[in-house]
Design a protein. Structure first.
Length: 455
């Protein structure tokens, strides 16, 4: 992509800026104009505004309210062999020494600049740019979208969003802005993949209605520039990390088999259009008169698996269903759960079978307990991929795995939040033996302490 093309796309996306940098997708009261004006109404986690902050004005383009900086620094101890972001097959963000033993590093991780202008009481913007460790560009665009949310009157309301954004899938992230995790440092395998391959340039419309004592919402979205979604799931498998896709960045791929290596570039672009087909998604959410929220999300990028660029970027037909649940089990005790299942395909057909045909699924459950100004949480999850393509090894290029995560969070003040996390992952993929002469199964442990500063 030329500098002129990058500059043009960046300018177009910046003009689309939007929304609410810290609004949380977890269960809570039905969102209305007041919620968008005051994110703390919906997100009690680390990025909430101070309780004494007065409501923002209806129009605020450039002020201390609309500009913020989020910094993240960590102390990391990790084992495991070469990580996926360096072309290896270890599936955590950090790995150990050359022989797989533990290594300890203090690391700067991320710096985000977030602009959240309010044009009117119902029209808002969100633009964020970021430096991320392990991303291609020193500074890149993270999100840029507009949100229209008129004040609700009666039992029915609607909202709309357009620009560059992540669709509302994750229950573990604060939506908009830096798209930061709330309960743990590392998101689940599901939402790690959403962060790297399910970012779209699109538009959506949502309708919300109160039916009896329940709140029901429905969202429909159209999007493009997401044709490579599925590349990492097929060639690498699931991973657990918090590296987020950017407008112009890429992700490294592990070694490819003798057939695919002549067709596919050694990286996958996060944001690209190859076939000029419009993808779509839909979301339903139900909030009954008990502290439980259920949602269902369907995604289809309608990618043409035979579309490609001479540079080695291919179209993928990727579809999935995601189910989500949040429940308040007791005061200060919350359960989050998601399950995803889908397919992704790439290439032409050989004897009636497409070159790459990957089925994937994953599920997790997370318990979070508030303790004073902090929280402790635990998550258990399992994941796998199953390969059926004509030019892929069905045994070696499939994956099975599970992970356990324990984390703690403490809010020192509205500007400073600390995290500590223990992540243990066990995964099996035959290509570890094929390309690196390592056992197919690897157990990895990552211990992180994170300090997030919001200015």
């Amino acid at each position: 992509m030329t500098l002129v093309t990058k500059t043009s796309l960046l300018a177009a996306l910046l003009l689309a800026g939007t929304g609410n940098a810290w609004a949380q997708t977890e269960a809570g009261p039905t969102r209305d104009a007041a919620t968008v004006a005051d994110p703390a109404r919906e997100n009690p986690a680390q990025e909430e505004a101070p309780a004494e902050t007065p409501p923002p004005p209806s129009t605020d383009i450039l002020s201390g309210r609309t500009l913020s900086i989020l910094l993240d620094a960590r102390l990391v101890a990790a084992d495991g062999h070469r990580r996926f972001s360096d072309g290896g097959l270890s599936i955590t963000r950090f790995s150990g020494t050359d022989d797989g033993d533990f290594r300890v590093d203090p690391l700067p991780i991320e710096a985000d600049l977030i602009w959240t202008p309010r044009f009117t009481g119902s029209l808002a913007g969100n633009v964020s740019v970021a430096w991320q460790r392990d991303q291609e560009n020193e500074v890149d665009l993270m999100e840029a979208f507009l949100t229209f949310l008129p004040e609700r009157s009666g039992n029915v309301s609607f909202s709309a969003k357009a620009g560059l954004y992540w669709p509302e899938i994750s229950l573990e992230h604060a939506t908009g802005g830096a798209w930061s995790t709330v309960h743990t440092i590392t998101p689940s395998a599901i939402n790690s993949w959403v962060g790297e391959e399910v970012k779209v340039v699109g538009a959506e419309v949502s309708m919300m209605a109160t039916v009896g004592k329940s709140d029901i919402s429905a969202t429909a979205g159209l999007f493009g520039l997401n044709d490579t979604s599925g590349t990492l799931l097929s060639f690498r498998g699931w991973a657990l990390h918090d590296i987020k896709a950017t407008a112009f960045g890429h992700f490294e791929l592990p070694p490819l088999n003798d057939f695919i290596v002549h067709l596919q570039e050694d990286r996958t672009r996060s944001l690209i259009e190859l076939d000029n087909r419009v993808g779509f998604y839909g979301r339903l959410e139900w909030r009954p008169p008990v502290p439980v929220t259920l949602n269902a999300f369907y995604y289809d990028n309608r990618g043409n698996p035979e579309a490609f660029k001479p540079t080695g970027q291919w179209g993928w037909r990727t579809r999935f269903v995601n189910l989500g649940l949040t429940a308040e089990l007791a005061p200060g005790l919350r359960l989050l759960a998601q399950a995803m299942e889908g397919t992704t395909q790439m290439g032409f057909k050989t004897n009636g079978v497409v070159w790459v045909d990957t089925r994937y699924r994953s599920a997790y459950a997370l318990l979070a307990k508030e303790i004073g100004e902090g929280e402790i949480s635990g998550r258990i999850e399992a994941f796998d991929t199953s390969e059926h393509g004509s030019e892929m090894s069905h045994d070696d290029e499939s994956q099975q795995g599970w992970a356990l995560t324990a984390a703690g969070r403490w809010t020192f003040n509205p500007r400073l939040t600390g995290f500590i996390e223990l992540l243990h992952v066990r995964s099996t993929r035959g290509t570890r033996r094929v390309y690196f002469d390592l056992p197919p199964t690897e157990s990895q442990t990552v211990v992180q302490a994170s300090l997030r500063v919001r200015l």
